[in-house]
Design a protein around this ligand. Sequence first.
Ligand SMILES: [Zn+2]
Length: 478
Amino acid sequence: MDPDPQSRSFRRTMYRAAERLTGRRIEATYRALLAHDTLGADEIRALQWHKLKALLEDVYSSVPFYRRRFEEAGIRPDDVRGWEDFRRLPLTSKRDIKAAYSHEVVASDRLHTRLIERVTTGTTDAPLRFVIDTEMFDLGVARALRVLDWAGSTLGDRMVQLGPIRERRGLQHRLFAHMTQRLVLDTLALTTSSTPLCCPADTSVPDQIDLDRAGRYCRSIAAQRPGLIYGYVTDLLALAAYIEHTGFTGIRPRAVVSSAEILTDPARRRLETIFGAEVFDLYGATEFPAIACECEVHNGLHVLSDSYVVEIISDGRDASPGETGEVVITDLDNRVMPFIRYRIGDAARATDRRCSCGRSFPLIDMIEGRTSEVVVAPGGRLLLARRFATILQEMEDVRAFRIVQERIDRLDVQIVTRPSWTSQHGESLLQRIRALVGEDMEVTLSQVPDLAVDPSRKERYLYSSVEYDIVGGRCYRS
Ligand SMILES: [Zn+2]
């Protein structure tokens, strides 16, 4: 990414020195993963199968939770001879893991070793606690760096990472970040009021941005001269709003990688325009740092199938191309607290399209949102929150919005408007929402002065009391 190869090689040397000094091990794994980019589809599938078999053997002998579940299903690892057998293994929910945490779900030989406890940033569910070790931590970094490579940033390149950093990072982490040219900015306090920044059509600086902090961060980013900026969509949009409002110049990354939240088309266009950079969508989670990512062709997200088995399940079977289903993940490398056929709680659309970039990793079409953020229309039709967000984000006079579904046949669209809002805007919005949900649903529009923000700070568009199980294909509360 940096035009000067000498300085790039210097930074690579610094990276190695940082690893030696801090005892981290990232580069070797990163390079091994990158080498998989040239494998063919059959080779990747064979590698995946080989890792899966070893994983199943291991968890059966070392993790009481999975051993019990396999036994209940009447399957031993030896019985898993093909993908059909694998699909007979029970699905694992967040609730199952919570009930068994920690002694039942952590590998027995790791229980009394030094482990790091992490907590997910659940938006609709209570957070999940899980543990990793330093090796898994570094593997997560290598997995993320490997996909950032697809966005044109190679190991040791200057980058900026934005996100709500909850835990205090120790001296070793700070030293490593400093030596490896990574600037980490904590965005927990970047936005101040209770209105979420979910309208990228917004061209003024929303009053909820902490302007002093945004200015400080922009100056730090400009001084860092990063090739790549990586962060939550909300935080990237907050900086974009500040840059546009103040005319701040000096931030010119080649690539912006958005993660942790849904990247809608209007948000992508806005980030592209303001940062003047190519925008890449990365799908990851606290438990799985990089699951799938766009390549330079932007033809969907490549699943990192050398590291995970990712299934998209609808109605108890694999979703067909074009169909939306629930994402179910098996981490092929995690031996500390394994996740096997784990229902992460996201919905995605399946595709059998191939990418022209030459990488054989399969594609998924898009991450459509949390499975708990699905509007279920009468008759069982599913509409993901993202569909509503795309309509609302295109309306320049809407500052913030939320969809509330209290009954299966009723939807309330709550909006915070700008002074330029008129009743004609309201009519046009209602028309578009009604066209989306169909005639058998009553839609109301409410103008509200403010919207309370989710404490997890992830954008959340939909608040629904109608619950739907995509995997099972049924409503279980309405
Ligand atoms: Zn590709």
